[in-house]
Design a protein around this ligand. Sequence first.
Ligand code: ARG
Length: 461
Amino acid sequence: MTKLWGGRFTKPADKTAEGFTSSLAFDRRLYKQDIRGSIAHARMLGKQGIISAEDAALIEQGLREIEAEIDAGQFPFRQEYEDIHLNIEKRLIEKIGPVGGRLHTARSRNDQVVTDVHLWVKEEIAAVQRLVSDLQGTLLDRAREQLGVIMPGYTHLQRAQPVLLSHHLMAYFWMLERDYGRFADALRRADISPLGAGAMAGTTFPIDREFTAAELGFAGVYPNSMDAVSDRDFIVEFVAAAAICQMHLSRLAEELVNWSSTEFGFVEMDDAYATGSSIMPQKKNPDVAEIVRGKTGRIYGDLMALLTVLKGLPLTYHSDLQEDKERLFDAVDTLKACLTVMTGMLATVKFNRERMAQAVRQDFSNATDMADYLAKKGMPFREAHEVVGRAVLYCIERGKYLADCTLEEFKGFSELFEADIYEAIAPETCVNLRTSQGGTAPAEVEKQLALAAEILSRRVG
Ligand code: ARG
């Protein structure tokens, strides 16, 4: 059981220390990227005449067999070989003999591991972007389908002004659109090859970094070998973008939890996305939304852990950097699961239009419109605000709403009120008249829907 680096050692590793330093349990997830990177490197060594073309071909063949072994669950993983890189290299030598030992010429695990992670991150960013687009598509579908449904809009969790449910839903579409853009940015900076940086100073062999970068589909190479092996910014950026995206999911989850309470009653979760109580037979709990909200803590934690691992770490590679992977994997797995489940939950949630319509009739969310009515008739808005404030108080004291007042009562608040006040403070009017750009009027919301559809169609097309 000799270690690949065993030459300068005189006694075996302490078992506890060996288990402690091993990353195999989690970095075996990178085997496909590791093999891709190694094949590109072997081809480059062959092309440059650093090893013979026959040896390069043998190595490539061996690596492909190893990939098939791992795919089939037949690979003999050994913790004592520390990590996925050494496990694969050791197996290669076992399979094709000493020629396998030529693969690591002009390479270090330091540039190897971070190349693997770059490749993994690039694939996963694309996968996350697809899931973000799916959720955006679902939001758009539901917003289209619910066009015309009016609900109270809130500030301070107090009913503020009536809005279209579609307008509310589309707010999340735009948050996710920014997330998509942040992932695209992160992808651009992850798309750079560290391979060929060696341990950190470069190599004495006549390698061709542009070749391996092109083989692996990278847009460029790191200009500085020390930066190349030490950089984990691309992971931090991805996880930071994931944390922001998850924060959006958490806000949406919170709305769904609130809205599915008896107090709001605005939505009912599909049975497939809710659970019952083990003691209270009447319960239908919005667990899925709650767990999405709760998982947010994990991704924030992952981001903080990564930033903390990197804080104060001098150049270049240190084993601290091995701590990047579990946090990265956890953040990505969590975000993907949350995006997937949110899409399913939103696609099936039932909106209770009647309850929303009723809510908007039994509140004072038309008070701004009543003040606007007076302002449009020439009263300074500040004065109109005062008049309507008094009217609201008058109604509260009598247990009624603004629309319940007689014209005589209205006239008592101001002579400017005419019979058209009822029309002016109807929830439909409140919504229909908010035609300012980006406002909740149906025409403006339809513009959003059209823009959103165009964005998504460009994306898949
Ligand atoms: N398992 C290591 C990691 O995940 C690979 C690089 C090890 N390099 C080293 N010099 N010990 O970062």
